[in-house]
Design a protein around this ligand. Structure first.
Ligand code: NAP
Length: 256
């Protein structure tokens, strides 16, 4: 009998960046529950090992590899590992991302712009570029880029972050067209406010948190697992005709 709750991704090879915490970690766990072998990437090996342990103690397979997605050299080492071990890749999830500041654009230091752009945009570009030869070896494969509602609407005090996430939405659409002939589906998920370390600073200020919650029709932040289950769907054959799509998961924030 299968140890997995379902087998919709049985035997698939997946790479998840930002897998040590938050949304990336939840996606890694859900992909594993669906039967995928998961390669876990972020900079902090100790935390990645916790995700690895959570997956292997539930009977899944995971491998933690430390890498900075903004570094093409680091990312190359990850893909060299996948090439050597498996020779192909079915699923790439780009969840690594940062949003270091809640401040007005004119006050944000230039160094911070670069860090956000290097991680959120170049990190995704690096992984997509190096994944292409391995993804295109499969009869069907899938990329899921984690953008944000900030990629489709303006969010004040995170202007550079929203610019980086907007870039991910249009990049996703562009390469979905370019790579459709290679049977690579490319989609994005645009989460609203999700309970992770990224929103901890906001959550700790109760007045600010109340203001945010008052804008969410469902009246609460989302949970990482609620994003992760959608990622499993997009990675699966159930989404076989879905490409170039940006799935908003925001409790209704952008509906009005
Ligand atoms: P999080 O809890 O802060 O986790 C971020 C993850 O990205 C960590 O695993 C972190 O690990 C990794 N990371 C950051 N910079 C990296 C780098 N240069 N190289 C490799 N890994 C890196 O954030 P989260 O909320 O899960 O966010 C995940 C994604 O969802 C991000 O792209 C974020 O923009 C997006 N998002 C989040 C929300 C939200 O409300 N939480 C809403 C919309 C979109 P290390 O620090 O160990 O490297």
């Amino acid at each position: 009998m299968s140890i997995f709750k379902n087998d919709i991704l049985k035997g698939k090879i997946a790479l998840v960046t930002g897998a040590s915490r938050g949304i990336g970690r939840a996606i890694s766990v859900e992909l594993s529950k669906a039967g995928a072998h998961v390669i876990l990437v972020s900079r902090t090996l100790s935390l990645l090992r916790e995700t690895e342990e959570a997956i292997s103690s539930s009977g899944g397979w995971a491998k933690a590899l430390s890498a900075d997605v903004a570094s093409i050299n680091d990312v190359s080492k990850v893909f060299n590992f996948i090439e050597r071990e498996f020779g192909y890749l079915n699923i790439l999830v780009n969840s690594a991302g940062i949003s270091p500041h809640y401040t007005s654009f004119h006050k944000a230091p230039l160094e911070d712009w670069k860090e956000i752009i290097n991680t959120n945009i170049f990190g995704t570009f690096n992984c997509c570029k190096l994944a292409f030869p391995l993804l295109s070896k499969c009869s069907s494969s899938s990329i899921i880029n984690i953008s944000s509602i900030g990629g489709v609407i303006g969010l004040p005090r995170v202007a550079i972050y929203t610019a980086s996430k907007g870039a991910i939405v249009t990049f996703t659409k562009a390469i979905s067209i370019e790579w459709a002939p290679y049977n690579i589906r490319v989609n994005a998920i645009c989460p609203g406010f999700i309970e992770t370390d990224m929103t901890k600073g906001l959550s700790s200020k109760s007045e600010l948190k109340e203001q945010v919650i008052s804008r969410i029709p469902m009246g609460r932040f989302g949970k990482p697992e609620e994003v992760a289950k959608a990622a499993v769907f997009l990675a699966s054959d159930g989404a076989s005709y879905i490409t170039g799509h940006c799935l908003i998961i925001d409790g209704g924030w952008t509906a009005g």
